[in-house]
Design a protein around this ligand. Structure first.
Ligand code: PLP
Length: 426
C-alpha cells in the first residue's frame, strides 16, 4: 500500500493546526471602556465639531499617522470603502482609465467602476506576483488617471518605480495595502509611497477590528477630500467653501468608536503579530527551499515581506505531476494549501458581459477596451498552473507542525510517481 495519505496511507499532520488569533484581553478592555462611555459613534454628518468623528477614531488616526510616518490618516469602515474614497478624492470620473492588476481581491478593480471609470488590467511579474512596471507603462493612454498597485500577499509592488512612472505621466499612484501592513520597500512602509495608501482592518487580515480600513496620505487636499467623501461631502462643501466640488458626493463610510478602539490596540501589537507571521513563512520556506521545481516566495532585495499569504511557485514540467493533484496530496497529509489565488478579475461576469452600473453597459460603453481572452498571460499561468498558497493569516502552527508541513512536501515529492496516474485512478 502507498505511504501517501491521498492513496490510503497515514496523514503526516495528526493534530489540528490552531487558527491565527490576533485579539487578546487588551481589546476586551478597550471595548468595555467604549461601552461604558455610551458613545458608540462620534460622527455627525454636518459641519460641526463632530464632523471628523469621536475620540477613539481621532486617537486611532493620530496613532496610525505616527506609526506609519504619514501626515494624514482617515479611518473608514473597510478597505473597499477606502479605495472608493481614494478614487473619488483623486477626481476620477466617467471614461477615465485606472490601471490595476488582475491578480487581487475584486475590490481593487471595483473602486474605479463606482465613479464610471474603466479598469485596465496590466499583467503582474512572475517573481512577486505584483504589477509589472513595463506592462503598466504599455497601458498608459491619454485617458489614464491613476494606477492602483496591490502589495499582494504582503510583498511590496515595485512602488518606487511605479511612483516615478506615475509622476512622469501625471498619474496618481494608489496603493491597495490590505495585505501588507508594515511591509517595506527601501525602508519606506508600503501604503506610504503612493499618493494614497489604503489599509484593511477586516477580520481576515494581519490586524483587524472585524471590519474597518484606513487611508493614508501626505497630501492635505486628498486627505480633506477623503474625509468629506467618508461623511456626506455634499453637505459640507458650502460651509467650508470648497471650490472644486468634483466627486463631492458623500457616503457614510465612518468607523464606529468600538472598531477604532479595537484597531488602536491591534495597531500597537502590529509589529509583533507580523513578525510571528514572518517567522512561520520563512521557516517553512527555509525547510523546503531545496526541492527541485518549487520556488519558495521571493523577497526582493531591500524589501520586507509580511506574509499575508505564503505563495509557492510550482513547476509542473519539472515535477511531472499536475499541480492540483500535488496540492490535493498535500491537503490529504494535513497541509492547509490552496491552489492559485483568484481567477484573473477580467474573467468576472461583470467584465465579460460589460454589465456593471445599470444594465445598459455603463461605464464600459465609454471605452473601446474589451476584456476578452487571456489578457494577462503571467497571471493566467500563475493561477492555473503555478501557485500553491498557504494563508499565513489564518493559521498558527506550532514549530513542530511547521516541520511536519515541510516533511509533507518532501513525502509527496518523494512519492510523486504514484500520483502521475492519479487522475485515471480517481
Ligand atoms: C481584503 C482585501 C480587500 C478588501 O478589504 P475589506 O477591508 O474587506 O474591504 C481589498 N484588497 C485586497 C488586496 C484585499 O486583500
Amino acid at each position: 500500500m502507498s505511504e501517501l495519505a491521498i492513496l490510503g496511507g497515514k496523514p503526516l499532520i495528526k493534530e489540528i493546526i490552531p487558527s491565527y488569533q490576533s485579539l487578546g484581553k487588551e481589546e476586551i478592555v478597550a471595548v468595555n471602556n467604549v461601552m461604558s462611555s455610551g458613545v458608540l459613534s462620534g460622527f455627525y454628518g454636518s459641519w460641526s465639531d463632530e464632523f471628523f468623528g469621536g475620540e477613539e477614531v481621532k486617537h486611532l488616526e493620530k496613532k496610525w499617522s505616527s506609526e506609519f510616518k504619514v501626515k494624514y490618516s482617515i479611518s473608514v469602515n473597510s478597505n473597499t470603502s477606502g479605495l472608493i474614497a481614494a478614487i473619488g478624492a483623486c477626481g476620477i470620473g466617467p471614461g477615465d482609465e485606472v490601471i490595476v492588476p488582475p491578480l487581487t481581491m475584486s475590490a481593487t478593480a471595483m473602486a474605479p467602476i463606482f465613479y464610471g471609470a474603466i479598469p485596465v488590467f496590466a499583467d503582474v511579474e512572475a517573481e512577486t506576483f505584483c504589477l509589472d512596471v513595463e506592462q503598466v507603462r504599455k497601458n498608459i493612454t491619454p485617458k489614464t488617471k491613476a494606477i492602483i498597485a496591490v502589495n499582494l500577499f504582503g510583498h511590496p509592488a515595485r512602488l518606487k518605480e511605479l511612483k516615478k512612472l506615475a509622476n512622469e505621466n501625471s498619474l496618481r499612484l494608489i496603493e491597495d495595502n490590505a495585505q501588507a501592513p508594515f511591509a517595506k520597500e527601501d525602508n519606506a512602509y508600503t501604503g506610504t509611497v503612493g499618493d494614497i495608501g489604503v489599509f484593511s482592518l477586516n477580520y481576515h487580515k494581519h490586524i483587524h477590528s472585524g471590519e474597518g480600513g484606513v487611508c493614508v496620505t501626505n497630501d492635505e487636499n486628498l486627505a480633506r477630500r477623503m474625509s468629506l467623501i467618508r461623511n456626506h461631502a455634499e453637505n459640507i462643501v458650502e460651509p467650508i467653501d470648497l471650490k472644486d466640488i468634483t466627486n463631492m458626493v458623500g457616503m457614510n463610510l465612518r468607523m464606529t468608536e468600538l472598531s477604532a478602539a479595537i484597531a488602536g490596540v491591534q495597531l500597537e501589537k502590529g509589529k509583533e503579530l507580523i513578525s510571528g507571521r514572518q517567522g512561520i513563512a520563512r521557516k517553512l520556506s527555509g525547510l523546503i527551499i531545496d526541492i527541485e521545481g518549487m520556488e519558495v516566495p521571493a523577497e526582493r532585495s531591500n524589501c520586507d515581506h509580511v506574509y499575508y499569504m505564503w505563495a509557492l511557485k510550482y513547476c509542473e514540467n519539472s515535477i511531472g505531476v499536475n499541480r492540483d493533484i500535488f496540492a490535493k496530496a498535500l491537503v490529504a497529509e494535513g497541509v492547509p494549501v490552496g491552489i492559485g489565488y483568484v481567477k484573473p478579475l477580467y474573467k468576472l461576469p461583470l467584465f465579460r458581459n460589460k454589465i456593471a452600473i445599470g444594465n445598459k453597459g455603463y461605464p464600459f460603453n465609454l471605452t473601446k477596451r474589451n476584456y476578452d481572452g487571456d489578457l494577462c498571460p503571467v497571471a493566467e499561468q500563475l493561477h492555473k498552473h503555478e501557485l500553491i498558497t498557504i494563508e499565513i493569516c489564518s493559521i498558527d502552527p506550532t514549530s513542530k507542525q511547521i516541520d511536519d508541513m515541510a516533511a509533507a512536501f518532501y513525502k509527496v515529492y518523494k512519492n510523486r510517481n504514484e500520483l502521475i496516474n492519479f487522475d485515471k485512478a480517481e
